[in-house]
Every structure is written in C-alpha cells, then in structure tokens.
Design a protein around this ligand. Structure first.
Ligand code: HEC
Length: 487
C-alpha cells in the first residue's frame, strides 16, 4: 500500500499548513527579540495598529466557550456550528496582532521581561487556537472531548494572562491594583508590595537622607508590610524606633550601641550583616549619614540641613519652589520639548525617572532598584534627555564603560552615583566636561588613582567617594583634592 497525500484528511492538511505561520513567527521572535532600540518610523506606525487589532482575537476566544456551552441547550444547537469558524478566525487574527505587536516592540524601544512574556503569550494564544480548532473536529471522540475543553480553557487562560501583561506594559505594572480600595485590599489579603510607600517629609533629615537609604537598599522587602524579619519593620519612623526582636535598633545619640549601625557596618560576608549577603552593601556615605543622624539624636524632625558636613548624596528632595509660585502653564511649556521622550521612558521603566521638582524640567534618574536588569542598552534610551539630567543614580546596575559617552553628555549633572558598577577609569576620564558635578560616587568600582587626572579638574566637585576601589586610602593627593576624597 502506498501512501498518498490524499489519504491525509483535509482538516489535518489544512492544520499543518496553518502551523507554518506560527512557527515562522516564533522563529522571528526567538532570533529578533525586542532589544530596546528605536527603529524606522514606518515600522512604529504599523506597530501602533497592534493596539487596534489585539482586541478582536481576545473577544473571539472568550466567546468560543460561551457558544459551546449555550449550544448544548437543545433550543440553540446552531450556536455550536460557528465555533469552528470562530476558532480559525481567532488564530488568524491573533497571528496578525502578534506580528504587529512584534513590529511595535521591535521598533518602539521596548525590552525586558514584560514585553518578552507578552510577546510569547501572543504566539501561544495563536497556537492554542490552532490546537482547539484541530481537536474540535478531527480528533473528536468522547474522551477527547474532555481534552478539547481543557484546550479551550487553556486558550482563555493564556489570552487573559497575555492581555494582563499587555496592560502592564502600557499602563504600568500595578495598573489593576493601583486604585483598589483599601477595604477590598484587606479583604483579599492583597499587600502593597508594588505600591509606592508614603515618603516622609524631605524637609527633615530623616525623610531626606535616612529613609531613602532603606528604600534604595530594599530593606522593606524583608522589614516591611509583607515580611518582618527579626520582627523589625523599617517602613516608618515609628516602626524603626520601636525596634525588633531584641528591642530598639536605634539608640539616640549612641551610634556604637545602635544595632542598626552595627548591622550595616559589619563586613558584608558576616552572617549578621545587613542587608544580607549577596545584596549591595551600604555605601560609605550612606553609613556616614546614618552615623551623623543617630549621633545628632535620631529625631524625625531634625531639619535636612541641620548637619553641616553631611555628605550630599543623595540630595535632599526639597522642592525648589512653593505651591503658590508654580505656574502650571509655564512648567508645561518648559517640559514640552521632552514630554514625549519622558513619557516613553516612563512607560518602559515606570520608576526610572522623575522631574526634580514640581516646578522644574530637570530630571532625576534612579536605576538602582533595577540592578543588573539595567544595562548599557537600557541606559542608551535616556540619550535624548541627557542634557536635562541633574541627578543620576546608576548604582548596582550592569552599565559598563560603553555608557561613558552618554554619561559625558549629561553636562548638567550635579550628583552621579556609579557605586558597584563595572565602570573603570576609562569612564571617569571621559567626565571632564561635567563642570557642574558636585558629588561623584565610585564606591565598589575598579577605578584607580589614574582617574584623578580628570577628577581634580572638575570645578564644582565637593565629594569623591572612593571606598572599596583600587584607590588606596593613603594615596597622595593634590591640595585641590584634600578633603574631597572620602572612603
Ligand atoms: C533578604 C531579607 C533581608 C533584607 C533585604 C534586609 N534584612 Fe535585616 N534582617 C533580616 C533577617 C532574617 C533578620 C533577623 C535575623 C538576624 O538577626 O540576623 C534581620 C535583622 C535585622 C536587624 C536586627 C533586628 C534585631 O532586632 O535584632 C536590623 C537592624 C536589620 N535587619 C536592618 C536591615 C537594614 C537596615 C536593611 C536594609 C539595608 C535590611 N535589614 C535588609 C533579613 C533582611
């Protein structure tokens, strides 16, 4: 008996044919994933239609099980006869939507976990529709009926999950829970993990310097609303002063006797060190700030500028102007030229950047919370805004000397933190043009005294943090650098 194509049932043949575009698209996704670069405007233009087309397959997939179910009623058997067509249409339209989505992601500067998951979710939806369609007729039997129902439910689950990820991409990670009323939140036991925690008043030393250290080092992930390791919470002044399992961790005026200070000054390899092993230890200037604050009485209302020689990073976030003085129209006008870029960047990295104050167009970027997920290619996205950045914290990110040119272009930067990054002297040597730089933090990098050549000539520089670098503490320095070099 010879085998001929005609023996293969028509539906299977058609099914195999339909598999081709799914595989093709998967290959495209695998080899040309969104890489965060912006490309041709026409590709972006086509890509925008993703948002328009994407709802069509969603509706089709959701309605398929409804028709199957309602069609079981002897009064509406005809409803089921359209499901085949519906599934085929759902598959085709999800392929179209996924292709357009890929155009958008690939050309519009998207990258990262969310967009990758959303993208693969999209192809899986097409594949799930394909499977349902095939199972529905070709393999139909009493047992496979059950498998078909499972496949249909899987398709519904997949399309919901993919849609949710898409929502996170366009509306922010916590778009569904952001506005959830507190009572409902409590009812379903939903915590406030991804919420921005209320910030203390930055006019006070605690709000301006102490709290940002806990936030920046993610202490709240273990000492916050969700977990209270060592029975300690750090997410409010009161909780901090209340202390943990062994009583208060801050003793006003007594730095050495304060458990908090003890823990953050232990060697990072010590079992008791905070934050625990493997996490970025506090920088020397942060430790100094805690020390000064505790020594000065650890009050929550000590004015931000009360301690004269406090290291100035992070900068206190005191607003430049008062409410009455702000003219919204003037501010909007000031910000208009950058508005598009700022919005795009905010969409990609929701917490990366913000305006320095309500009344200015200056930008503050803080990538430290993104850690190793933020590299040179991600940083490249801020290029159009480089001249607007006045404070930049790239601590603990994956940036390297490849970002040197961009850093050098941030001509108005006053505070630059490159703590625990892979940058070397090469980057620092490129920073000669930053004539407004007041504070440069190179803690935990491999810079050497060779970088002094440029650093010495920065006219406004007041602090250079060089702890845990290849700069020895007893390095001979010029008259200019004396007092500026801190370890
Ligand atoms: C990955 C989880 C984790 C993170 C992040 C973390 N801690 Fe802890 N912390 C613990 C655990 C577990 C304990 C209790 C065990 C112990 O005593 O070492 C603790 C105990 C402490 C204590 C002592 C409490 C007491 O009463 O003895 C202090 C102070 C502390 N942490 C401060 C911090 C600070 C400040 C940060 C941020 C810079 C931080 N922790 C980040 C897990 C964490």
């Amino acid at each position: 008996m010879t085998f001929s194509v005609r023996q293969v049932p028509c539906r299977l043949r058609l099914g195999l044919l339909a598999l081709a575009p799914i595989l093709l698209l998967s290959t495209l996704f695998a080899f040309l994933p969104p890489d965060g670069l912006e490309r041709a405007a026409w590709a972006q233009f086509i890509g925008r239609f993703h948002l328009l087309t994407v709802h069509f397959p969603i509706a089709l997939i959701l309605i398929a099980p409804v028709l199957e179910w309602a069609g079981r009623n002897p009064r509406f058997p005809y409803l089921r006869s359209s499901v085949d067509f519906l599934l085929a249409l759902a598959m085709l339209s999800s392929l179209v939507a996924a292709t357009l989505g890929w155009c958008l992601a690939r050309s519009g500067g998207y990258s990262g976990r969310l967009v990758t998951q959303h993208m693969w979710g999209g192809v899986s939806v097409a594949a799930a529709c394909w499977l349902c369609w095939l199972l529905r007729r070709y393999f139909r039997g009493p047992r496979l009926d059950f498998i078909y129902i499972l496949a249909l439910l899987a398709a519904v689950g997949l399309v919901s999950w993919t849609g949710y990820r898409g929502g996170q991409l366009s509306q922010g990670e916590n778009h569904l829970t952001e506005q959830m009323p507190a009572t409902l939140r409590k009812l379903i036991g939903f915590s406030v993990r991804s919420q921005i925690l209320p910030r203390s008043n930055p006019a006070y030393f605690y709000g301006a310097y102490v709290e940002p250290i806990f936030v920046g080092h993610h202490c709240y992930s273990c000492h916050g609303p969700e977990k209270q390791k060592g029975r300690l919470r750090l997410d409010s002044y009161e909780a901090l002063m209340h202390g943990g399992k062994d009583g208060p961790v801050v003793k006003a005026g007594n730095v050495k006797g304060s458990e908090l200070f003890h823990r953050v000054t232990l060697s990072p390899s010590d079992d008791d060190a905070m934050p625990p092993q493997g996490k970025r230890p506090l920088a020397s200037n942060e430790i100094k700030l805690l020390e000064l604050w505790i020594a000065a009485g650890a009050s929550s209302t000590l004015p931000a500028n009360a301690i004269k020689d406090a290291p100035t990073t992070p900068e206190p976030v005191v607003a430049e102007v008062t409410f009455e003085e702000i003219d919204p129209a003037a501010v909007a006008q000031l910000r208009a030229p950058l508005a598009r870029e700022v919005a795009q960047l905010k969409q990609r990295f929701p917490d990366l950047l913000d305006y320095e104050s309500r009344g200015s167009a200056n930008l503050v970027i803080d990538a430290s919370a993104l850690g190793a997920r933020f590299g040179d290619d991600d940083f490249a996205a801020v290029k159009p805004l480089s001249e607007q950045i006045v404070i930049a914290d790239l601590s603990g990110t994956a940036i390297t000397d490849r970002s040197a040119l961009l850093l050098a272009a941030m001509k108005r930067t006053r505070v630059l933190r490159l703590t625990n990054t892979k940058i070397t002297d090469a980057t620092v040597l490129a920073l000669g043009g930053l004539d407004r730089l007041e504070s440069l933090d190179l803690y935990g990098t491999s810079v050497t005294p060779a970088c002094f050549k440029v650093v010495e000539r920065l006219p406004k520089l007041r602090h250079l943090y060089a702890g845990a670098t290849k700069i020895p503490a007893d390095v001979p320095v010029s008259e200019d650098m004396k007092g500026k070099l801190l370890f």
